[in-house]
Design a protein around this ligand. Structure first.
Ligand code: OOG
Ligand code: NI
Length: 458
């Protein structure tokens, strides 16, 4: 029997998640409509951008491009999520330590890897795991553990289909549809808590995240984020669409050449919850809306410079929100055009052979890639950043948990423990971008070699 391709199962899944969230959170629909309007206008105003996105095959994916976020309670849940997402071609990429920023979780991003899968549908899920080792109160820690060990977040049918798919090496189209429908149940919202109000309050006093993870039947999806081509415009227009935007955009400042990832969100909904043993309703805030603009992926060197400049701006702001002017000033030290970024090996690019330039003159024998780019034989296109930023993630967490900005748990990343829970190592994001750049260069090299006498470019 033929199997549905994992990329196609992922598309079914992202569509089903989007439908679920649209039905549960009306503001999500409003935000998606706003983003669609802004993107359409941006493509009209910026034909160069439109042309590049079309060439890179990113125009088609834009309308469906989303990321979601979930928060898990146990190692067992995380290991099972890894296996479930693997059926849809989603691998755990990167390790994010949120403890330094005051959230008792660590995380990875499940996403497709490889150009073809990303072009098909880049659906990602930022997936956090609770770190009870950071909860100081021994009694609370044990209580949380006991509650979590009892819950079953996956339907039996979902687990049966997982086992079947792993045995058969895939799912038929009919089974894939059933699989997605079953899996969606895991991420639904529940109006009933699994604990009484006193337990909820006790856990909440430790950290709002702990309560959000421990007190419910499952890991409700807490946001689903569309991708915009102009986040400043979306931010400016959110109030007009009745969306209560957080006061600043996370990530790098606005640039001629967009870097990494900029995000903003609207504030979480206060939702009615019934606690065990209560006849009336109380409330909990977890779900919010977010929008993002994706820029170019940075090399390790570029990322180190980014982190350094951001820390510099934050130090200048002295713990308060970083004013836009301060951020822009700090980032004046970051080159803002493709040529300089490539020359200084700060960002990742794909290359295209410029046929017109080649017709004019052949590149010198033995030219390296820097010479080919500088001489105009190879054009540069940014490789889109497909991952997340822990500092931004922490800012998003904070603005939506009703948390006062509190100190961190110190820097206590624990990647080995995370990978043990996951049951696999996380994939190194830098290696993926390096491979994408290298394969693009190899393709250009073949064209150049066929056209003229250019040896190996390196
Ligand atoms: C995850 C926040 C991280 C992002 O876009 O950085 C995230 C969460 O609130 O559970 O989604
Ligand atoms: Ni997000």
């Amino acid at each position: 029997m033929s199997h549905m391709h994992p990329d196609d199962i992922r598309t079914l899944f992202s569509r089903a998640m989007s439908d679920l969230y649209r039905a549960e959170v009306p503001q999500y629909g409003a935000l998606c409509d706003l983003v669609a309007q802004v993107n359409e206008a941006e493509l009209v105003h910026n034909p160069q951008l439109a042309q590049r996105l079309r060439r890179q095959g990113q125009l088609d994916r834009l309308d469906v491009e989303r990321h979601g976020a979930i928060r898990l309670g146990t190692a067992q849940e995380l290991a099972t999520i890894r296996r479930l997402f693997a059926l849809m071609g989603m691998r755990p990429v990167g390790y994010y330590d949120l403890s330094a920023a005051g959230a008792p979780v660590h995380a990875t991003a499940f996403r497709p890897v490889g150009d073809a899968a990303l072009d098909h549908n880049p659906f990602r899920v930022f997936t956090s795991l609770l770190r009870l080792d950071l909860v100081a109160d021994e009694a609370l820690r044990q209580r949380a553990q006991a509650i979590l060990s009892r819950r079953r977040i996956f339907t039996p049918r979902c687990l049966a289909l997982l086992a079947q798919a792993e045995g058969d090496g895939g799912l038929s189209a009919a089974d894939a549809r059933e699989f997605v429908a079953e899996l969606i149940h895991t991420f639904q919202w529940h109006h009933e808590a699994t604990v009484d109000l006193a337990s909820y309050r006790g856990l909440r006093a430790t950290h709002a995240l702990v309560a959000d993870i421990v007190c419910f039947k499952g890991p409700h999806i807490n946001h689903l984020t569309p991708r915009t081509l102009n986040i400043d415009e979306v931010q400016a227009r959110m109030p007009g669409a009745d969306l209560l935007a957080k006061d600043s955009i996370e990530g790098p400042p606005r640039r001629a050449f967009p870097l990494l990832l900029r995000q903003t969100s609207f504030l979480a909904l206060e939702e009615p919850i019934r606690f065990v043993g209560e006849s009336g309703l109380d409330t909990h805030t977890a779900r919010f809306g977010e929008v993002e603009q994706r820029g170019c992926a940075l090399t390790r060197k570029g990322r180190a410079l980014y982190d350094q400049l951001l820390a510099q701006a934050q130090a200048k702001a002295g713990g308060a929100r970083v004013p836009r002017a301060v951020l822009e000033q700090a980032f004046a030290a970051f080159p803002d055009d493709a040529q300089a970024l490539f020359q200084q090996e700060l960002a990742f690019f794909r290359f295209q052979v410029d046929a017109a330039r080649l017709a004019q003159a052949a590149p010198p024998e033995g030219a390296d890639v820097q010479q080919l780019v500088a001489g105009g034989w190879l054009g540069l296109s940014p490789i889109t950043y497909e991952d997340f930023l822990p500092v931004s993630a922490a800012g998003i967490f904070r603005s939506n948990l009703g948390e006062e900005v509190r100190g961190g748990y110190g820097s206590q990343g624990h990647q080995a423990a995370f990978e043990e829970a996951l049951g696999a190592p996380v994939v190194d994001g830098f290696a993926l971008y390096e491979a994408a750049q290298a394969s693009s260069l190899a393709a250009c090299e073949r064209i150049l070699r066929a056209t003229c006498a250019v040896g190996s470019v390196g």
